[in-house]
Design a binder for this molecule. Structure first.
Ligand SMILES: Nc1ncnc2c1ncn2[C@@H]1O[C@H](COP(=O)(O)OP(=O)(O)OP(=O)(O)O)[C@@H](O)[C@H]1O
Length: 226
């Protein structure tokens, strides 16, 4: 699913590399917990995987596609087709309701829409299914996003990441504003959705109490040779 080889990344404002990773491999369907102290480069790595940060040196392959071979104009499409993201700030559009925020996950990806057609469903039906599976009730589906609790907004962000079955789900600190019970429950629902179609999950958090829930935990300090 993901293969990283000899990855080096140096931010222009810094004299030393933030990342120097010889090798990292994540399998299809694997659920990986990535941790490390603040500033060690976790978000930088996720940004490189999502194609948001430009690759400087080394190789990242996702689904056997070498990211360096994708033209800039196609990077957004590759991400939209294959990667669902859940970030700490959720990035929900406040003027759209939960249902509209989730279907947006498919608007930019023909492949995601095709996967829904293949499953004999459509964007709206699937968005409703996901939002309910993740714990929203009927009246919340069309409620103003700003009226939802943080936990509910996070579920909307997760549904948007999963719609159309992207092969990789990247989550950056999505549970940081939840209490411990809600964190565990959220990860359970995340895994249920991922397990439905063998999505790989790369989950970044400072909260090591979550690590044992995952197939594998990786300390960025252990794989980062900076
Ligand atoms: N866009 C950027 N431009 C310049 N430097 C950056 C940029 N983003 C991150 N950095 C630097 O790269 C280093 C790693 O930051 P990064 O955000 O990847 O760490 P992190 O492990 O995700 O931290 P945290 O756990 O606090 O979110 C830091 O020194 C940071 O200042």
């Amino acid at each position: 699913m993901i293969t990283i080889t000899d990855l080096i990344h140096t931010w222009p404002t810094q004299s030393h590399p933030t990342l120097n990773i010889k090798a990292l491999h994540i399998d299809k369907g694997e659920r990986v917990f990535l941790h490390g102290p603040s500033g060690c480069g976790k978000s930088t790595l996720l940004g490189l995987l999502a194609g948001i940060n430009a690759l400087q040196s080394g190789q990242i392959k996702i689904l056997n596609t070498d990211l360096s071979t994708i033209k800039n104009t196609h990077k957004d499409r590759f991400r939209a087709d294959h990667i669902g993201t859940i970030f700490q700030s959720f990035n929900l559009l406040p003027y759209l309701n939960p249902l509209e925020n989730v279907t947006l996950g498919c608007e930019f990806s023909k492949q995601r829409r095709k996967r829904l057609t293949d499953k004999k469903t459509d964007m709206t039906t699937e968005a409703i299914r996901l939002l309910k599976a993740l714990g929203l009730n009927d009246s919340q589906l069309t409620q103003h996003v700003s009226k939802l609790s943080i936990g509910q907004q996070q579920r909307v962000a997760a549904a948007r990441a999963f719609i159309g079955e992207p092969e990789l789900i990247i989550a950056d600190e999505p549970t940081s504003s939840l209490d411990e019970d809600s964190r565990h429950a959220f990860i359970e629902t995340l895994f249920n959705q991922a397990g439905d179609y063998q999505a790989s999950v790369l989950f970044v958090s400072h909260d090591k109490s979550l690590a044992s829930l995952f197939d594998r935990q990786i300390s960025l300090l252990d794989i980062n040779g900076v």
